[in-house]
Every structure is written in C-alpha cells, then in structure tokens.
Design a protein around this ligand. Structure first.
Ligand SMILES: [Zn+2]
Length: 113
C-alpha cells in the first residue's frame, strides 16, 4: 500500500497524491472492460490508467516499467478502513504543503523492484 506523489498521479486523482495497493497482475481477475488512458510516465515508459466508464472512478494503473505489477487504486475500496500506506514514492514531486508520514519509507522516485 503506497502513496504516489508523481505529477501524473496528482493530475489523474485530482489530489496531491494517489493511493493504491500494488499487486501481481497474475493474482488479479479483471472482469468487464474499463476505459483507459495512457500517458508517458516519470520513468519514460507508458503508464495506463483504467477507470470506470460509467462513473469515472480510477480503478487501477499499470506501467510498462514493471508490467508484472499493477496498482489497484484506493478509490475502488468498498471498505477503506484497513488501508494503511506503507511507503511514499515520488516524494521529489510532492507538494510542499503535504505532511509526509516520517514513520514510513520515502523514495524520491520509484523504488527498485
Ligand atoms: Zn504516480
């Protein structure tokens, strides 16, 4: 579980960072066909964001750089009470007024997988 402060996550979430749960693509079963939007990410590879075609809720994100993993967006959780970020990434792009939790690891960019 993480918070990503990259500019693209800021844009796509409409917030100073996007929260998500990183899982192996092989461990997921996606039903239905979401709408997608692909952008060039901070690492130079393509990042594809999927969202609900009906309501626009961000669903998950997949990046070319680490294609075996995906981030399920926080906004998909019916019960978000158990969500607890374990790291912050792309803190080099975080807004100066965001209060980062100093008790969890922070990475100025993407941590190596
Ligand atoms: Zn991001």
């Amino acid at each position: 579980m993480l918070n990503c402060h990259c500019q693209d996550c800021q844009r796509s979430s409409g917030a100073p960072f996007a929260s998500g749960i990183v899982v192996a693509v092989s461990a997921t079963d996606i039903t239905g066909v979401p709408k997608t939007h692909t952008v060039r990410g901070n690492t130079g590879g393509e990042t594809t964001r999927s969202f609900c075609a009906e309501c626009g809720t961000p669903l998950f994100t997949r990046g070319e750089a680490v294609s075996e993993f995906m981030s399920i967006r926080f906004s998909t959780l019916d019960d978000a009470s158990w969500f607890k970020p374990e790291l912050d990434i792309w803190t080099s792009r975080s807004q100066p007024w965001v209060c980062l939790n100093r008790e969890i690891p922070q990475f100025p960019g993407s941590p190596s997988v």
